[in-house]
Design a protein around this ligand. Structure first.
Ligand code: B12
Length: 220
């Protein structure tokens, strides 16, 4: 137990130090030692949060944020992680239409949520990043999803989220479609102001909320 805690701290530090090679090597070792792949993602997330703090303190710069993103994407390519995100056969839990809202280019959290939704039998249609409200409306009419997901990592995204929800409501899409918003900065108050059906600051909580909204069994 002590040993694995020490390894976890080394992984977080390697990400904080932006040491891509070390982060990959340590992560592979941890997975070989039996670390749960989703627990590994939490460690990497902690590492990139520390990178973000260093950026705020002006110890790191935009190139370092880019490097943090590169390391996270490398980790998401590991076969143990990919296995977690593969779809089960012949299960159609529902259809999710998702994108990162206008003005925001962050997609790692969105992609993790998509992976987890796929693993839970959802069909997912990803509109990518910087998605305008008009495009959410256009594809919602065309695809008729059960759920629309909006991701936003930058704090100002409460504005485009609210505008998108208003546009979807005006287009009459909400009768048969639920809306979930996600991002680590979101709060209950934001969610009420934006007018979404629910919000999550964590991808796995988001999956459970989606299942609940569609009346499916949720984890005990
Ligand atoms: C990597 C990174 C980047 C990369 C992004 C690469 C990519 N492809 O995504 C790049 C270099 C592009 C970038 C750019 C910028 N970034 Co940046 N970035 C980060 C960093 C270090 C990590 C983000 C990340 O991937 N986290 C890991 C993922 C897994 O976490 P997550 O996104 O929160 O997602 C989880 C949950 O939120 C949730 N979730 C997410 N989406 C959804 C959706 C649904 C539906 C659900 C249910 C759940 C869900 O599930 C995920 C898993 O649990 C953060 C630091 C931080 N604290 O997060 C800064 C950070 C987000 N960036 C920041 C800033 C300021 C910027 C820039 C403005 C910098 C600049 N001057 O240009 C630009 C903005 C560009 C733009 N218009 O979007 C600030 C934001 C501050 C703020 N208050 O808004 C942060 C917080 C850094 C900081 N501490 O200052 N960035």
């Amino acid at each position: 137990m002590k040993k694995s805690t020490a390894l976890s701290e080394l992984i977080i530090n390697s990400v904080e130090q932006l040491d891509e090679k070390k982060a990959m090597e340590l992560s592979k070792t941890a997975l070989k030692n039996g670390l749960d792949p989703l627990a590994l993602l939490d460690l990497i997330k902690e590492g990139v949060i520390r990178v973000g703090k260093r950026y705020e303190n002006q110890q790191y710069f935009i190139a370092d944020l880019i490097m943090a993103g590169v390391i996270f994407k490398d980790i998401l390519e590991l076969k143990e992680i990919k296995q977690q995100f593969s779809s089960p056969k012949n299960v159609k839990a529902g259809k999710l239409l998702i994108g990162t809202v206008a003005g925001d280019l962050h997609d790692i959290g969105k992609n993790i949520f998509i992976g987890m939704m796929k693993a839970n039998g959802f069909e997912t249609i990803d509109l990518g990043v910087d998605v305008k409200k008009e495009d959410f409306v256009k594809y919602a009419i065309e695809i008729k999803p059960d759920i629309i997901g909006m991701s936003g990592v930058l704090t100002f995204t409460v504005v485009p989220m609210k505008e998108t929800v208003e546009a979807l409501t005006k287009a009459g899409i909400r009768k048969n479609t639920k809306i979930i918003i996600g991002g680590s900065h979101l709060t209950e108050e934001n969610c009420a102001e934006i007018g979404a059906d629910c919000f999550a600051t964590d991808a796995s909580d988001g999956v459970e909320l989606c299942k609940k909204m569609l009346g499916m069994d949720v984890r005990k």
